[in-house]
Design a protein around this ligand. Structure first.
Ligand code: ZN
Length: 325
């Protein structure tokens, strides 16, 4: 059978600390094929590149198609030249990923941060489609996001713009995983929800029975345990979720006051697990932000779910190829 070649296909890659997702995406943001795998346990750049290359091969051979470029979102700080400056999850420092992948694949490659790729995906094909002033906030284990202002993605001076998880919401507050204290992530990120839950159970042990029963021990209480107990109507879980809603809203108020987006998209594992947080954030934000900042504001749920990084990275590759001379 002769497969008709589709024009304008790009590959998108989501490279996390342990998992790798590769997808072939068309110009309308549709996933034509996906290949999910674990990366080589050594995490050495050369072996991870071989894993990516194998994923690309599977996606292309399954569909019989060709791709014109590849975009990759990495859980890391990435500079303008496609060098991974630092990735605690992969243990990489100064890895010239763009150069290495281009050599391996013979395709133009665009490397970016995973959250920025997901932001781009939500902007092009998700809940922020067609919006020129957009803020996207992903609340997962960590908290990150991106800002589109006047139809352009904000990158900043050294390509690290949009670190929305590290907005200070409590001066001298909880220790963050960055050098600062009191960041939004240190209260609303999955790891911080787990820490807050564990501390609360230690001080209010009689109220933490349901959380303890679900998790087995204090140290095993996670944000997922909190969301399970919340579903069951547990009072301590409800308190933790309501506080999380307030902390999130405090961050969202700063974001909307600073950038005045028309739409703010909320996504990530914590939001997927406890979608009620969106309504809480809407109400707090409406009351606490400047009136002019929220006049037109809509706060909505992210649309692309677990494929946001793959679709966004592929769309970013598409965009940069289109712009190339
Ligand atoms: Zn921080």
């Amino acid at each position: 059978m002769v497969v008709q070649k589709i024009k304008s296909l790009t590959l998108g890659v989501d490279l996390g600390g342990t998992k790798l997702n590769v997808g072939l995406v068309d110009a309308a943001g549709r996933l034509l094929s996906v290949h999910k795998s674990m990366i080589n346990i050594s995490k050495e750049p050369e072996t991870v590149i071989a894993d990516i290359s194998a994923g690309v091969e599977v996606c292309l051979s399954k569909t019989g198609q060709e791709a014109k470029a590849l975009g990759i979102g990495v859980a890391a700080q990435v500079d303008q030249k496609g060098v991974v400056r630092g990735s605690p999850n992969l243990g990489w420092r100064n890895v010239p990923l763009k150069k290495k992948l281009e050599k391996q694949l013979g395709l133009p490659v665009f490397v970016t941060n995973d959250v920025r790729a997901a932001t781009w995906g939500e902007w092009r094909y998700g809940s922020g489609r067609g919006v020129d002033d957009l803020a996207v906030l992903f609340v997962g284990t960590g908290v990150g996001g991106g800002i589109i202002t006047g139809g352009k993605l904000l990158t900043g001076c050294t390509n690290s713009g949009g670190e929305l998880g590290h907005i200070t919401i409590v001066f001298d507050g909880r220790k963050c995983r960055c050098p600062n204290n009191g960041c939004l992530e240190a209260y609303a990120g999955g790891w911080a929800i787990a820490e807050r839950a564990q501390e609360t159970i230690r001080t209010l042990s009689n109220k933490g029975r349901r959380l303890l029963a679900l998790a087995g021990s204090i140290n095993r209480v996670t944000a997922v345990t909190v969301s399970q107990a919340y579903r069951e109507g547990d009072l301590l879980a409800r308190l933790l979720v309501e506080e999380t809603g307030q902390y999130l809203a405090a961050g969202v108020v700063s974001i909307v006051n600073a950038f005045n987006p028309c739409v703010l998209v909320l996504g990530g594992g914590v939001i997927e697990g406890i979608p009620e947080l969106i309504q809480m954030v809407r109400e707090f934000t409406r009351n606490m932000a400047l009136e002019a900042s929220v006049e037109e504001l809509k706060i909505v749920k992210a649309a692309l779910g677990v494929d946001a990084v793959v679709i966004g990275a592929a769309a970013l590759a598409q965009n940069l190829v289109d712009k190339a001379p």
